[in-house]
Write a protein that binds this ligand. Structure first.
Ligand code: FMN
Length: 233
């Protein structure tokens, strides 16, 4: 499988170690990006992506390298350490650039062919919220299946992680990798995306309009019988 890993930090610490271990267990071709090293921009809030298209984003040149990799990936792995109970600013800056990919705007049908793993490590707490920061985007993009690996490592570096927690990491990465491999090649969507899809479809029926979002749905046949999670690659 083709795996793209996006790390919300530019160092190879605990989160990176757990993410790499997961990728290794899934097996396949791996491409890695580190933030902010490989993408170092805040969303400017210019709304260009909403009023026209994402490729007009002032940061598109740098963004396109990661988009190209994600487009070809079967599995996306997002990793972030917990920083004050949330994903790193670099990860959130990256995800902010994909507001138009959310189901309520212009979802990308290729997401239905992808699975994802979210990896987060903390000294002790805040992992669930941090995982949710990343899950919100992946689920609203329409990624088919999402696995989460949250670890309280009681450490600031991999070599400080206690033996019992190392064992836990092995178990959690084994289980996530097994499930990802078990669903290889299958297609679908997550419940949250599907629910929002039908809400937006209804809103479009009640309030049709000549907007880039409405036209995207119309062009894809989603106002009719087509569904983003049933389209061919
Ligand atoms: C700025 C900063 C904020 C942090 N906030 C938290 C926190 O809210 N909760 C926690 O348990 N650990 C917190 N930590 C500790 C890291 O999340 C933890 O050591 C993590 O495993 C480091 O992962 P890394 O090696 O991938 O950077 C924080 C560390 C830093 C540098």
């Amino acid at each position: 499988m083709k795996i793209v890993m996006i790390h919300g930090q530019s160092h190879t610490g605990c989160s990176c170690m757990v993410a790499r271990k997961t990728a290794e267990k899934i097996g396949g071709e791996v491409q890695e990006f580190f933030l902010p090293k490989d993408f170092n921009h805040h969303c400017l809030g210019c709304y260009t992506c909403f009023t026209s298209t994402l490729d007009k984003c002032p940061h598109y040149k740098d963004l396109s390298v990661i988009i190209e990799a994600m487009d070809h990936a079967d599995v996306l792995i997002l990793s972030s350490p917990v920083y004050v109970y949330h994903a790193t600013g670099a990860m959130m800056d990256f995800l902010d650039h994909f507001g138009t990919w959310w189901v309520v705007h212009r979802p990308q049908p290729q997401m239905a062919h992808k699975q994802a793993v979210i990896v987060t490590t903390a000294a002790g707490s805040g992992m669930k919220r941090t995982a949710k920061d990343m899950e919100d985007s992946l689920s609203m993009w329409g990624v088919y299946r999402i696995e989460k690996i949250c670890v309280g490592v009681q450490a600031t570096k991999p070599d400080e992680i206690p033996a019992a927690i190392r064992k836990q990491i092995e178990k959690k990465t084994d289980r996530a990798a097994e499930r990802i491999v078990g669903h290889a090649g299958s297609t679908g969507t997550n419940h949250r995306f599907q629910m929002w899809f039908y809400i937006v479809k209804l809103m479009h029926r009640l309030m049709p309009g000549d907007t880039p979002d409405y036209n995207w749905w119309e062009d894809h046949g989603w106002h009719g019988n087509q569904r983003p999670w049933k389209s061919e690659m």
